[in-house]
Design a binder for this molecule. Sequence first.
Ligand SMILES: NC(=O)c1ccc[n+]([C@@H]2O[C@H](COP(=O)([O-])OP(=O)(O)OC[C@H]3O[C@@H](n4cnc5c(N)ncnc54)[C@H](OP(=O)(O)O)[C@@H]3O)[C@@H](O)[C@H]2O)c1
Length: 250
Amino acid sequence: MEDESASLTGKTALVTGAARRIGRAIATTLAQSGVHVALHYNRSAQDALALCEEIRRLGVRAWPIQGDLIEAGQAERVFREAVAQAGPIDILVNNASIFERDTLWEATDESIAKNVRLHAAAPLILSRELARQGRAAHVVNLLDTRVAVHGREHASYDLSKSMLLTLTRMLALELAPNVAVNAVAPGAILPPAGQSDAYLAKLARATPLSRMGDPRDVAEAVLFLLRSRFTTGQVIYVDGGMHMKGHLYD
Ligand SMILES: NC(=O)c1ccc[n+]([C@@H]2O[C@H](COP(=O)([O-])OP(=O)(O)OC[C@H]3O[C@@H](n4cnc5c(N)ncnc54)[C@H](OP(=O)(O)O)[C@@H]3O)[C@@H](O)[C@H]2O)c1
């Protein structure tokens, strides 16, 4: 990589799905490190605008960028709009996600296509646009510990996140030496929509470190990868050791 500086101050990031939950923690942690942030959102406009205000109070710039990344053509448009507003992008965090229940018996071409578009095609297209700028840059992809311990209950999701793991390694080689591409694979951090803390408490009991994580744990791992000058194609599991258990997740 051309840019040998490990400091993130003054760099510009595009974080997808940044308005809420883990994406919000990543965007806030980046801003606290002096990074200007283009906050991509899909439906959470109010949260995105409020977070922009919050981030600007930290002394960096922030821009809301809307886009449904399942729709064809939207990933290119979101990247172009981010550049038009924020200037060249140094950091891309592919965080946007859906987490819908289906088993291998229930998965349809539609459910698989939706998951693959959001979790693999959009990150590929956004990373390609980033690389086309021709400058040193970092990509961090948000995987899931389920790429190591498959579940029965989220087949389309697990398949598409496994694709994103493979894509992380393919892009790390393809986009070198200018762009480093790494991933963070969270475990039990926040309950999915419609699930209570009891859902995660059960997972926490099954986790080697016997606790749940926190969005800040994920954000810190993202920060570590962005500060690293000699790491690419790597996955950090922020999952309390769950990926080593080698059995079904749910
Ligand atoms: N939560 C956990 O414990 C956990 C565990 C393992 C892995 N992860 C991974 O960590 C990342 C963050 O997790 P999370 O639970 O915070 O994610 P999340 O709340 O499920 O989703 C993050 C954001 O993705 C955006 N999104 C959904 N559909 C979209 C679409 N069609 N186009 C564009 N954006 C879309 C949503 O934005 P809007 O709200 O603006 O619509 C949403 O706020 C995800 O990649 C997830 O797979 C999380």
